[in-house]
Design a binder for this molecule. Structure first.
Ligand code: PGA
Length: 255
């Protein structure tokens, strides 16, 4: 398995700024295929970025999508619209979507099925609030989020599904989960996936997100069952993003 590094730009960068970013990483980004690197710019930059990613090792992801194919959904974007900009991955269930925009587990389930059906790969985000952790409910929350997002398990396999474990209290706070906390959560998620999918679930990649930066990337990627990162803040800066990619490529060692 190759490690996965996804940069979630959130609501940052105009088209010009996105192009500048791409130009500055062009010569720095390792020109090998040791890792799967995915850029998730805002919708407005997708097309411009996709043109620059042609003939590169980088892939394009979107930060959200609607599951309906078309219609009266003001402000939404469909899967076909994403495909027309050459998107291959879609972040779903990000805690900011759940918390700030009221996305429920059942809404996320519809999106997961639609995205997989269309041949794209969801990056399904799951994670607990600090109160869940303090009251020992982390596993309960993770199990519920994963099980409720997967309605048709036959269409999901290790090639078309990525889970991102993102403890909400660690997102954008500078507070990273300890390697022990990350290992515990990832091992538990693996178990949940095994229960749903049998052995096939064992190889679904599980990446970590939540204040990943250059200084903690090495210890986190060496942790058990961590197959890469979903990076917010540190993915906005081309130097730190490229450095993290290098750290991951050098230190990830699962077959
Ligand atoms: P962060 O964001 O790296 O800025 O904590 C991660 C995410 O929200 O995916």
């Amino acid at each position: 398995m190759k490690p996965i590094i996804a940069g979630n730009w959130k609501m940052n960068k105009t088209i010009d700024e996105s192009i500048l970013f791409l130009e500055s990483i062009k010569n720095v980004i390792p020109d090998d295929d040791k890792s799967t690197t995915i850029l998730c710019p805002p919708f407005t930059s997708l097309f411009a970025v996709s043109k620059l990613l042609k003939n590169s090792n980088l892939s394009l992801g979107a930060q959200n999508v609607h599951y309906k194919t078309k219609g009266a959904f003001t402000g939404e974007v469909s899967i076909d619209m994403l495909i027309s900009t050459f998107v291959e991955y879609v972040i779903l269930g990000h805690s900011e979507r759940r918390k700030l925009f009221g996305e429920s587990n059942s809404f996320i389930k519809e999106k997961v099925s639609a995205v997989v059906n269309a041949g794209l790969t969801p990056i399904l985000c799951v994670g607990e609030e600090i109160d869940d952790r303090l009251s020992d409910k982390t596993q309960l929350v993770l199990k519920r989020q994963i099980e409720s997002a997967i309605s048709r398990k036959k269409i999901i396999n290790k090639e078309n599904f990525i889970i991102a474990y993102e403890p909400i209290w660690a997102i954008g706070t500078g507070e990273t989960a300890t390697t022990d906390q990350v290992e515990d959560a990832h091992t538990f998620i693996k178990l949940v996936l095994k229960n749903i999918f049998g052995n096939n679930g064992q190889n679904i990649p599980i990446i970590y997100g939540g204040s990943v930066h250059v200084d903690n990337a090495k210890s986190l990627i060496l942790a058990n069952d961590v197959d890469g990162f979903l990076i917010g803040g540190a993915s906005l800066d081309s130097e730190s993003f490229c450095e993290i990619i290098e750290i991951v490529s050098e230190n990830y060692s699962r077959g």
